[in-house]
Design a protein around this ligand. Structure first.
Ligand code: URA
Length: 476
């Protein structure tokens, strides 16, 4: 047996040096033991020589990337699995591409779990405010499923560059002082504050985004696993909101326009003000995009909106549905097409045989443009300059989702997607091939149907709308 001692659970460099030395010394996987701890003699207590440069053996970039993820997995045998792969690669140089191989499949699965844990951390870390003698600080307690703190902390440094924050976890802590990121020792839950005034904001926000008509408990628990609930202020509402879901669905349909939630708007606009807009930031996931849009300053529409509303739905959808801009209810809920136009759209999609859950639904413009009239906020059509400014976000969504077919609802959506004005009534229903291989099909906006004055025209126009959507379905 050869025993290699690594300095930490995520000591990739240590594992790599040990694995190289073991491989060069001809130690087979079943005789190699990795442990984490302190060693007086370095990597090997029993004096195995340090690895030599070896021109005859190269590990591929793909393997290194995979190994760097797998090492963050909490399983105790991850070092062994990686060494077994490395050992086998001497005789099978292309092993890493054989995704049906048991070891390769196992490593890929563990890497996926790690990536999911990092994704969940980005979504579920909740900072709480601490009033310190030298000003405001923020702290969050989080228990990641795998050891992803160091991998994920830079995301928070990019997103919250002007806040001074700490993320405390059982594996270690990350501290951002506004300039540099530092990592420290493990923490315990009682080291982080448990409540603050921002708590109410999260609860209000969650309650307002919770759409009872679209409640799918299983899917919700998949996205927000119960293990994270105890640190999420909004999770306290889940039981209550799900219990009320069917009653709320009935009252939601046909409810009058909602008044803007001033407290929510204030909190979000403070967050907006505090977070610098980084024009060079390229979101690599839809979640990153959804957060980055909150800092958007590409046009002035962010000033009066509660929040930016990006697309929602299937992340790899074959169909993208593009509307104009969030309306009053979407602005509050943070999700597209949840109000009356959304209801018309949902019904027409169902009639055309399209499941909205299979599509990615978004808007050409991400902020609600409106003007106050009494207590109400009245929709205003965005300017061409605003549509053009927002095309950056729409293009990013198109790049990430890669839809095969895009249906545009109304003239603004068509302009946002096609970058040219079209006459919707004459060009509707005809597939327009795009340079990226997708096809665009233009049709009317569902709120156009809601505005038609007489019943007969409304029926006829609704039929045409459903016909257009059936054409979309045929293209899929
Ligand atoms: N109208 C739109 O165009 N988009 C929405 O999200 C809601 C209403």
């Amino acid at each position: 047996m050869r025993l290699a001692t690594l300095t930490g659970e995520t000591d990739f460099d240590g594992w790599r040096a040990a694995a190289r030395a073991l491989r060069q010394a001809g130690v087979p996987p079943e005789e190699a033991v990795f442990r984490v701890g302190r060693s007086v003699a370095g990597l090997f207590d029993d004096g195995l020589p340090a690895p030599r440069p070896d021109a005859s053996f190269h590990t591929s970039r793909a393997f290194v990337d995979l190994a760097q993820s797998v090492i963050l997995h909490r399983s105790a045998d991850r070092f062994d699995l990686l060494y077994r792969l490395l050992w086998r690669m001497k005789a099978e140089p292309d092993l890493i591409r054989v995704v049906t191989d048991v070891d390769v499949a196992d490593a890929i699965e563990r890497a996926k779990n790690v990536s999911r844990a990092s994704h969940k951390m980005k979504a579920f870390v909740r900072f709480r405010r601490i009033e310190a003698a030298d000003g405001e600080r923020w702290a969050a307690w989080f228990e990641p499923a795998h050891r992803v703190l160091e991998r994920t902390a830079p995301f928070f440094a990019r997103r919250f560059p002007t806040m001074r924050w700490a993320i405390l976890t059982p594996d270690g802590s990350a501290v951002w002082d506004g300039d540099a990121l530092a990592f420290g020792p493990p923490a315990t839950r009682d080291m982080a504050p448990s409540e603050d005034e921002v708590e109410d904001f999260w609860k209000t926000y969650y309650a307002s985004t919770f759409n009872p008509a679209r409640l799918k408990l299983k899917a919700m628990q998949g996205e927000m696993p119960k293990r994270y609930w105890k640190n999420l202020p909004e999770a306290a509402l889940i039981r209550e909101l799900t219990a009320q879901a069917s009653a709320r669905t009935e009252t939601m349909v046909g409810a009058p326009a909602t008044e803007p939630n001033l407290r929510l708007a204030k909190t979000l606009s403070r967050m907006n003000r505090d977070h610098a807009f980084d024009e060079g930031f390229i979101p690599s996931t839809l979640d990153e995009l959804g957060q980055a849009v909150q800092t958007c300053r590409r046009c002035p529409l962010w000033r009066d909106a509660t929040q930016g509303v990006c697309g929602a739905g299937a992340k790899q959808a074959r169909l993208m549905i593009v509307g104009e801009q969030p309306g009053d209810q979407e602005d509050l809920a943070g999700r597209p097409f949840v109000g009356p136009a959304g209801q018309v759209l949902d019904e027409a999609l169902a009639e055309a045989g399209i499941d909205r859950d299979d599509a990615f639904v978004t808007n050409a413009v991400k902020h609600f443009k409106h003007e106050p009239r009494g207590k109400r906020r009245i929709h205003k059509t965005p300017l061409v300059s605003e549509i053009s400014a927002c095309r950056w976000w729409l293009d990013a969504e198109r790049r990430l989702v890669k839809p095969k077919v895009i249906v545009t609802l109304g003239a603004t959506a068509a302009l946002g997607v096609l970058n040219r004005k079209i006459a919707v009534m004459t060009e509707r229903g005809e597939p327009l091939p795009q340079p990226d291989g997708s096809q665009v099909l233009a049709t009317v906006h569902p709120s156009y149907l809601l505005r038609l004055p007489d019943e007969a025209t409304r029926r006829a126009e609704r039929r045409r709308f459903v016909e257009d959507l059936k054409r979309v379905r045929a293209l899929l």
